[in-house]
Design a protein around this ligand. Structure first.
Ligand code: PMV
Length: 311
């Protein structure tokens, strides 16, 4: 049996604007992850792959899977990378503790876990750069015009400063800081939020570009703050959130959790990922994490994760 894993992620600053060429900052989240297991499957016909995802009660043969099936697509892309003539049948089982369509990078993490397990099982483990490229192809199925930040951060498993099409840079972190992540329990497909921002951009391009520029400035200040004095990050999260609200991607559930976190002592908070649901993050002193997490639960969060971002 061969196992592949990949972590979840949160975007600290810059989502949406990153699709339009501005920078963004994201960090991996180890408390949640995707895992893929590959075993030989002697009962199967040569070349076949049985793809199972028990979490979503899915069981499908690769030869019968729809072209647009995201798991099958990743399996096909990976198999195309490795010599497979006369290959025996395989069984692939995928599990994930990352909530789906919630801004925590579930799609990218599942793809990377599958690519790792499958290529290693077939004796041709792919380099991280290639893993990320293949996962990026999978991301296109989830939301048409991905920036590439999700597949990058989960593949390289380290905090990144990212710009579309550029080489991702490892983020310099001066000293640890803490986040509480809260899940609204409302899944929100990335494509819907990305589509909403696109509509706004098409309807009023100069105004929307100006918002993206302001977000880019916040990202730059956040990068400096992370490299020096992270205590600025709370205020910067609030600024980024206000700009995301102007893009129309917050939601009543997110707003409720953000208000609860701030009231319980978080220095600042914002949605994370595509928005319109999914998860939010709160910049919180270590001593206040428990209070912020319980306030989030009381305000309706279905799950919270307290985490440290460390050098
Ligand atoms: O997939 P999510 O929900 O984590 O969102 C990704 C961030 C976006 O900027 C909204 C889209 C992208 O491709 O960067």
């Amino acid at each position: 049996m061969t196992v592949g894993r990949a972590p979840g992620k949160v975007i600290l600053f810059g989502e949406h604007a990153v699709v339009y060429g501005r920078p963004a900052i994201a960090v991996p989240i180890q408390q949640v992850s995707a895992e893929a297991e590959v075993t030989d499957w002697p009962e199967g016909a040569a070349g076949e792959v049985l793809i199972e995802a028990p979490d979503v009660e899915s069981r499908v043969l690769l030869s019968r899977a729809r072209q647009e099936d995201p798991l099958a697509r990743i399996v096909r892309l990976t198999l195309a990378e490795v010599p497979t003539t006369g290959r025996q049948a395989l069984r692939l089982v995928v599990r994930s503790s990352i909530p789906m369509a919630s801004g925590l990078g579930s799609g990218a993490a599942v793809s990377v876990a599958v690519i790792r397990a499958l290529s290693a099982h077939l004796g041709h483990p792919l380099l991280p750069e290639r893993q990320s490229e293949l996962a990026f192809e999978g991301e296109k199925l989830h939301h048409g015009t991905p920036s590439g930040i999700d597949n990058t951060v989960v593949t390289f498993n380290r905090p990144v400063y990212f710009r579309r099409g550029g080489t991702p840079q490892t983020l310099l972190i001066q000293r640890p800081f803490h986040l509480v992540i809260g899940d609204t329990g409302h899944p929100s497909p990335t494509s819907v939020a990305v589509g909403r921002v696109r509509d706004q951009w098409q309807a009023s391009r100069p105004e929307t570009e100006a918002i993206f520029d302001e977000i880019a400035e916040v990202v730059e200040r956040a990068r400096e703050s992370i490299a020096g004095d992270p205590d600025q990050l709370g205020g910067l999260m609030d600024e980024n959130q206000a700009l995301l609200e102007q893009l129309g991607v917050s939601s009543p559930e997110l707003d409720r959790l953000l208000a609860a976190a701030r009231k319980a002592g978080a220095a600042g908070a914002k949605l994370s990922g595509a928005g319109l649901g999914g998860n939010m993050i709160a910049f919180t002193a270590a001593a206040d994490m428990g209070a912020v997490a319980s306030a989030l639960h009381q305000a309706g969060a279905v799950g919270t994760i307290a985490t440290e971002v460390a050098p």
